[in-house]
Design a protein around this ligand. Structure first.
Ligand code: PMP
Length: 388
């Protein structure tokens, strides 16, 4: 079938949820993906920050193949080695004590909110405007986009308060005796790559401690090296009570998780929470490989260095293009805010062989694989220069 025929299948048979780009991707290798017509693209979007190692990294592929041959899944009433090994390895790299395995970012955030509510016995959650925490009913309420709420207002749970991002006074005003948690992205992704002031997360952490509120960081998009450190909150020198993760954790297999301190985690007892697929051997074998490659190949350094390089090159472009309002970046999570809507530039760049996306209407978002090299960045910046 050709591209047109395949896309018609979606038009005819899928529930209409996504506005997709009109290409059918077939295979990937490193920073490149190829569509079924043989067109090659430099993937500056990496499945929204999922493919940290690049596409089809041989060590990730081998780990998945080896595990698939041994054991793909077991019920969560049994132990499996990859899940146990991974938990110890990851926790030793963080300030947290305990893990729960989920399957997606939304599911991780659902669990985090339940844990905070159970721990505090309270029922209000403060989140930020322009934040994104998921599409399930509870995480939708936490997500700070009014237009996503609108059709579902009747069923959204009460107790969710969205306050402006990077604004401590707004948080202080929103706190009540019934506040269970504050949930924030260390850097807002869907909201347009918004980087807060250096002391924002620290202030939140302090307020949470003073008021016995659970501090949740959503690292679903920023985690696993995206911002140049394993987790972005490390940049702001804070120790949250709960962290949620997904996307890059499994390098492309559906996986998510919650990390929590011993104190907060102790609120859950058997029966409070669970999942069929979370922490299965196949996805945990993948996660083990991802974490190993991040350190073996020093991808945190590459994220930092290439992120800085990309940002600098874009800032040079800004001098010649009035349409660029601002360049924002944190490692290899970079946003180019335009003075006008960005969708047409996404299309034009795709036609030139580069995949990016536009978020918040006018921010071109770049989240390439962490293995990206200078030459590939140069190619992209040249194409963007011509396009603008
Ligand atoms: N949190 C953040 C910060 C996200 O960016 C996303 C997805 N864009 C989610 C949660 C939801 O993740 P998922 O799509 O895996 O449910």
């Amino acid at each position: 079938m050709n591209t047109k025929e395949l896309i018609e299948i979606e038009d005819n048979y899928f529930i209409n949820t996504f506005t997709r780009q009109p290409i059918v991707l077939d295979h990937g290798d490193g920073v490149k993906v190829t569509d079924i017509d043989g067109n090659e693209y430099i993937d500056m979007f990496a499945g929204i920050a999922v493919n940290a190692l690049g596409h089809n990294h041989p060590k990730l592929v081998k780990a998945i193949q080896d595990q698939a041959e041994k054991l793909i899944h077991v019920s969560s009433i049994y132990y499996n080695e990859p899940a146990l090994i991974y938990a110890k390895k990851l926790i030793e790299l963080t300030s947290f004590d305990r893990i729960f395995y989920a399957n997606s970012g939304a599911e991780a955030n659902e669990g985090a909110i339940k844990l905070a509510v159970k721990y505090t016995g309270k029922s209000e959650v403060i989140s930020t405007i322009e934040s994104f925490h998921g599409r399930t009913v509870t995480t939708l309420a936490a997500t700070g986009h009014e237009h996503y709420h609108e059709p579902f207002k009747a069923i959204l749970p009460k107790g969710f308060i969205n306050v402006p991002y990077n604004n401590i006074d707004a948080i202080k005003e929103a706190i009540t005796d019934n506040t269970a948690a504050i949930i924030v992205e260390p850097v807002q992704g869907e909201g347009g790559v918004n980087i807060p002031d250096m002391d924002y997360l620290k202030e939140i952490s302090k307020i949470c401690k003073e008021n016995n509120i659970v501090f949740i960081v959503d690292e679903v998009q920023t985690g696993f090296g995206r911002c140049g450190t394993l987790f972005a909150h490390e940049l702001f020198d804070v120790k949250p009570d709960i962290m949620t993760m997904a996307k890059a954790i499994g390098g492309g297999v559906p996986m998510g998780g919650i990390l929590a301190t011993d104190e907060v985690a102790s609120a859950f007892v058997p029966g409070d929470h669970g999942t069929t697929f979370g922490g299965g051997p196949l996805v945990c074998a993948a996660a083990n490989a991802v974490l190993d490659v991040i350190y073996d190949d020093d991808l945190l350094t590459n994220s930092k260095e290439m992120g800085q390089y990309l940002k600098e090159e874009l800032e040079k472009l800004q001098e010649n293009h009035d349409i660029i309002k601002e360049v924002r970046g944190c490692g290899l999570m970079v946003g180019i805010e335009l003075t006008q809507p960005g969708a047409e530039y996404v299309d034009k760049l795709r036609e030139k062989g580069f995949l990016i996306n536009c978020t918040a209407g006018n921010v071109l978002r770049l989240v390439p694989p962490l293995i990206i090299k200078k030459e590939e960045i140069d190619e992209f910046v040249k194409a963007l220069d011509e396009t603008l």
